[in-house]
Design a protein around this ligand. Structure first.
Ligand SMILES: Cc1cc2nc3c(=O)[nH]c(=O)nc-3n(C[C@H](O)[C@H](O)[C@H](O)COP(=O)(O)OP(=O)(O)OC[C@H]3O[C@@H](n4cnc5c(N)ncnc54)[C@H](O)[C@@H]3O)c2cc1C
Ligand SMILES: *[C@@H]1O[C@H](CO)[C@@H](O)[C@H](O)[C@H]1NC(C)=O
Ligand SMILES: *[C@@H]1O[C@H](CO)[C@@H](O)[C@H](O)[C@H]1NC(C)=O
Length: 523
């Protein structure tokens, strides 16, 4: 009997060895989580390994870039989906103890997928906050506590549930993870009136490199500055944001006016650059520039925080060239304007925002610019020609000005403020899988080079939330290669130096790291 038991033990031992690293890594991780929790918890159901039937669907959920989910990209050893704040603390402690690299994911919309793909280190695991999405709205104090795994659309919905006179100024796409979105800045159609999402944060709770939970008071003003624009995955794991709600009127007005660039609309697009950043700050008009067969269309998509009559008055004096008429305008509620601008079909109920899913799945590559001087008509003509040779390009110009001009470069890590006319987002989308990836990436690289003539070059700014690994990546685990971090100045200008100092203080061992995380200074 005894020998049978010991024989069984031996085979169990051999079995676990032969199952290889991933099984034992997972077992050790679960054991460690239990040792670091107040009481034992059934952690196994919260862990998805490549062998779990739902691994692929979990990995492929939310707004992920299909380009980074192809079989050839490195996959995590497992995905851990914590259901309590304390689980996130334990995950940080245990990944350090076991020496497994950890990536954190809220909404999964990272342009380069650094929340779920590590090109620089293996093995790695993903802590996916998808089950941490509580939202507590308090209309009396004009605030909400939002858990990092919630989407911006869920936040908008929960606010609307309590009041039709409150809103929040963040992204226009409604499936973004509040965790990753706000920490990189977060702009949307109320940016001219209320600034960035990050400008409307009052407090936060973050798990630091030692697994402690810190609120604003405990973390101090330096770290609190860094997390409001410094980008995700560098300073800790955000658990909660406390945000300030902003007033919205009972009636807002939306419109879309389309022109093809051949209809002399290059002139109009030039005029938009001179006008849109200086309009009444209740009025936001972005331009969507796309190819439609052999022509290029521009759609002027507007949101006015007020009624149609007043909007038409403003348009008549400030931007008559666009020719907006009463027929183009739809008066609606703020929450319905959110759905309209996000592109949901008319009549979609606001509850769709609770589904947290993006409208479509794509392979894509994106880049950005911050424009400070109108691009001349000759420049726009070259842009038009370039759009005509790509399958499915999208350029989105969103005006700044207004509230954005009241910030200096260093008020937050996001420096593109006073005097920035608009942000230009360039995207190429495709659905034909791994075929032609190089072609699309070349196209967008060439387009971006071309646009370089029309924007400041020292540094050539890009938006950290539109991450672009072409700007350079950290090598290995990236301790102390500040010189190579040219991307740091492009996202943050001189704020990068302050971010590095704060990083060195709060995470000298570089626990929170990825291809473009803020590096600490070497000791
Ligand atoms: C379709 C689409 C539309 C977009 N529209 C807008 C827009 O209108 N306005 C705008 O400003 N931006 C927009 N973005 C960009 C968006 O803000 C960024 O991609 C943002 O990083 C997404 O956050 P996430 O949590 O969804 O992404 P994730 O991929 O989960 O995370 C992004 C980064 O943050 C880190 N991170 C994630 N969660 C946490 C956390 N809890 N604590 C610390 N770090 C974390 C990740 O490790 C990663 O480095 C859009 C992106 C896409 C793909
Ligand atoms: C913004 O720029 C203008 C013009 O250069 C300047 O007069 C103003 O003081 C600046 N505002 C801030 C907040 O920096
Ligand atoms: C970084 O890498 C070096 C060598 O590759 C290693 O010795 C060090 O422990 C690593 N640091 C971290 C934080 O993993």
């Amino acid at each position: 009997m005894a020998s049978l038991v010991s024989h069984l033990r031996l085979s169990v031992l051999l079995l676990s060895v032969s199952l290889g690293n991933s099984a034992s890594l997972q077992e050790n991780f679960v054991q460690c989580l239990n040792l670091n929790s107040d009481r034992t918890f059934p952690f196994n159901p919260l862990i998805y390994t490549p062998k779990s039937p739902s691994f692929t669907s979990v990995l492929d959920s939310s707004g992920k870039n299909q380009r980074l989910l192809v079989p050839s990209t490195p996959k995590p050893k497992f995905i851990f989906t914590p259901t309590r704040d304390s689980h996130v603390q334990a995950a940080v402690i245990c990944s350090k103890k076991l020496g497994i690299h950890l990536r954190v994911l809220s909404g999964g919309h990272d342009f380069e997928g650094v929340s779920y793909v590590s090109e620089i280190e293996s093995p790695f695991i993903v802590v996916d906050l998808i089950k941490l999405r509580d939202i507590n709205v308090d209309i009396k104090s004009n605030t909400a506590w939002v858990q990092a795994g919630a989407t911006n659309g869920e936040l908008y919905y929960r606010i609307y549930e309590k009041s039709s006179l409150h809103g929040f100024p963040a992204g226009t796409c409604t499936s973004l993870g509040i965790g990753g979105h706000i920490t990189g800045g977060a702009y949307g159609s109320m940016v001219r009136k209320y600034g960035l999402g990050a400008d409307n944060v009052l407090d936060a709770k973050i798990v630091d490199a030692n697994g402690r939970i810190l609120d604003r008071k405990a973390m101090g003003e330096d770290l609190f500055w860094a997390i409001r624009g410094g980008g995700g995955g560098s300073f800790g794991i955000l658990l909660w944001w406390k945000v300030k709600l902003v007033p919205v009127p009972p009636t807002v007005t939306v419109f879309t006016v389309k022109k093809t660039l051949e209809q002399g609309a290059t002139k109009l697009l030039h005029r938009w650059q001179e006008v849109a950043p200086f309009l009444d700050e209740n009025l936001f008009i972005r331009v969507r520039i796309q190819r439609a067969q052999s022509t290029v269309t521009t759609s002027y998509e507007g949101l006015f925080l007020g009624g149609a009559r007043k909007l038409l008055k403003i348009m008549k004096t400030s931007f008559p060239e666009l020719g907006v008429t009463r027929k183009d305008c739809m008066e609606t509620s703020w929450i319905k304007s959110v759905l309209y601008i996000a592109g949901f079909p008319s009549g979609t109920p606001p509850e769709v925002l609770l589904k947290g899913k993006p409208i479509a799945k794509f392979f894509f590559k994106g880049k950005s610019d911050f424009v400070r001087k109108p691009i001349p008509e000759t420049g726009l003509e070259g842009l038009r020609q370039r759009l005509l040779v790509e399958d499915s390009p999208l350029i989105l110009w969103s005006p700044y000005g207004g509230r954005m001009n009241q910030f200096s470069e260093s008020d937050t890590p996001f420096p593109y403020r006073n005097g920035t006319l608009f942000i230009s987002l360039y995207i190429s989308l495709w659905q034909e899988g791994e075929k032609n990836v190089a072609k699309h990436i070349d196209w967008i690289g060439n387009l971006h080079n071309y646009m370089g003539a029309y924007v400041p070059s020292f540094p050539r700014g890009q938006y950290v939330n539109y991450r672009d690994l072409d700007l350079g990546i950290n090598t290995k685990n990236n301790t102390g290669n500040i010189q190579e971090s040219a991307w740091g100045y492009r996202y943050f200008k001189n704020n990068f130096d302050r971010l590095v100092k704060i990083k060195t203080k709060v995470d000298p061992q570089n626990v929170f790291r990825h291809e473009q995380s803020i590096p600490p200074l070497p000791k």
